[in-house]
Ligand binder design. Structure first.
Ligand code: ADP
Ligand code: MG
Length: 505
């Protein structure tokens, strides 16, 4: 007999999960109903994935209880969870690249018999499923040959190939295009119509408001509240998620900005690089936050790369503390107390497989040239501990791999690494890209604090509100040219946008 739609299928009570020193979940609660999409909303590191992995049998809770379809539920493995009718599509893809789409889709479903399934039956079953779901792939293709988005859809099909009562999708659309996301939304609607409960995790507010029936907000591993979609708003959800009002996102200056009469630490005159940017001139004082706003392709990152010695200017000059300098390489820049937090944290800033500690001490290792190796090691560790605490980096230990941390915490590690060099000039290129709202707030506080300690900060951002909220003055660029240095008074969104687009009013 079919249980009534809307009745409770899954109930989580007081679930706690401890990893070493980190409590990923504290007395978590969740009640999920049949035929509804239930979104779990929380910042990076809030504990969403941990909770889902407990439901999927990947982790066991430290304490607490779960009831699935009226029976106590404590899966020891994903296969166990699948047998009980719960399936999860992981945030990290778990497909085998050298197997075909069909083989991947049916691999978890019949693990014990995988070797015995005859190919024809396998292909037929997989084809049916792929067709039913409307996926844009052929079942005989090797997964390794598919695009990331196609792989993601195959991953979803794999998850759905068992007849599930509960389907968990952990950030499924993060690598999907709009049209691929539409396919997924149709799949979700179909599941819902069949009475399946869908637990959905996403950061995209529009998507959440469109898909969800119920929304549970979690923060710092704790349950905050559950709302029906129809009785809440995006603003309310964000405020609940970060635990403060939206208008408190940009921390106020606690010290006055430096007087314009003071001497600049960095002066740039008519800096040009053929084909990239021309005649860029500005100066910045200790303690000042100088914003750089422009649309994609306006030349901001190219200017920063040049200041840091990654490439050489074709004309113009730079002076530090009044002395003309030429910066031949990043090592040269570091020697002159310039630090650069790049926009590509994963490619340039961080070695994901290395520990938190080795990432933080990457640039400064030269400082620890003590005669005794163990002394050096101890100092390195102390410095790393100091930064982890100062930046409130959420990590189980210094030996945890950087890749296992949330985006916001990874970004803080990159910051920590550069802060150890005690920079006079700190270049931040899109420091909050891909970082959620709460971690953003913490990064803004750190930026403010560094400025208060006397660093001159160049803050490159594509987010207008960020530039306006944080900067003392703002350089605006458009197509490789500087179109303005906006003063505080000129920093209205309309003015800055008009300088950035070249449509001066
Ligand atoms: P979310 O999915 O909401 O971003 P997670 O559940 O991934 O959050 O992480 C919650 C917290 O638990 C974070 O502080 C994270 O660093 C920590 N954490 C998650 N998995 C592990 C693990 N295997 N070992 C140690 N700490 C972990
Ligand atoms: Mg997660």
């Amino acid at each position: 007999m079919e249980a009534a739609r809307g009745s409770t299928i899954l109930e989580i009570k007081d679930v706690t999960k401890v990893f070493g020193a980190v409590s990923a979940l504290k007395d978590m609660q969740l009640s999920v109903r049949r035929g509804r999409v239930h979104t779990i909303l929380g910042e990076n590191g809030a504990g969403k994935s941990t909770l889902m992995k407990i439901l999927a049998g990947v982790y066991q809770p430290t304490s607490g209880s779960i009831v699935l379809d009226g029976a106590p539920y404590a899966p020891a493995s994903p296969q166990d969870a699948a047998r009980a009718g719960l399936t999860i599509v992981f945030q990290e893809l778990s497909l085998c690249n050298n197997l075909t789409v069909a083989e991947n889709i049916l691999a978890t479903r019949e693990p014990a018999r995988a070797g015995f399934i005859n190919d024809k039956a396998l292909v037929r079953k997989a084809t049916e499923l792929v067709k039913e779901l409307g996926l844009p792939v052929s079942v005989s293709e090797k997964v390794g040959d598919l695009s990331i988005a196609q792989r993601q859809l195959v991953e979803i099909a794999k998850g759905l190939s068992i007849k599930a009562k509960v389907v968990i999708l952990d950030e499924p659309t993060s690598s999907l295009s709009d049209s691929e996301a539409e396919i997924l939304f149709e799949i979700i609607a179909r599941l819902k119509a069949q009475g399946v409960a869908v637990i959905y995790i996403s950061h995209r507010m529009e998507e959440i408001m469109r898909l969800s029936d119920d929304i549970t907000v979690v923060r710092d591993g704790s349950y905050i509240t559950t709302r029906e979609k129809t009785e809440t708003t995006i603003d309310e959800l964000i405020a609940l998620m970060v635990g403060r009002d939206m208008n408190e996102i940009y921390p106020p200056r606690e010290t006055a900005p430096p007087a314009m009469a003071g001497s600049p630490v960095l002066t740039v005159k008519d800096l040009s690089r053929d084909g990239e940017f021309e005649n860029v001139s500005f100066d910045v004082r200790p303690g000042e936050i100088l914003g750089f706003f422009g649309l994609i392709g306006s030349g901001r990152s190219e200017v920063m790369n040049t200041l840091f010695g990654i490439r050489q200017p074709t004309a113009g000059s730079m002076s530090i503390d009044g002395n003309r300098v030429s910066i031949a390489s990043p090592a040269d820049a570091i020697d002159r107390s310039i630090a650069f937090v790049t926009e590509n944290r994963k490619e340039e800033g961080l070695v994901l497989s290395h520990s938190v500690e080795s990432n933080i001490s990457m640039v400064t290792l030269g400082q620890y040239s003590g005669a005794l190796g163990f002394l050096k090691r101890r100092r390195e560790r102390q410095a790393a501990v100091g930064e982890v605490a100062r930046l409130a980096i959420k990590t189980a230990s210094l030996d945890t791999s950087a890749g296992s941390l949330s985006g916001g915490n990874q970004q803080k590690i990159v910051l920590a690494k550069w802060l150890l060099t005690k920079p006079k000039i700190l270049i931040l290129d899109e420091p909050t890209r891909g970082v959620d709202v709460g971690a953003k707030f913490e990064i803004y506080k750190i930026i403010r604090q560094l400025a208060a300690e006397g660093a001159a900060i160049l803050l490159v951002s594509s987010e207008l509100s960020e530039v306006i909220g944080m900067s003392d003055r703002t350089v605006v660029m458009s197509e490789g040219r500087m179109t303005a240095i906006a003063t505080k008074e000129q920093m209205t969104p309309e003015k800055i946008m008009s300088f950035a687009t070249g449509f001066l009013s």
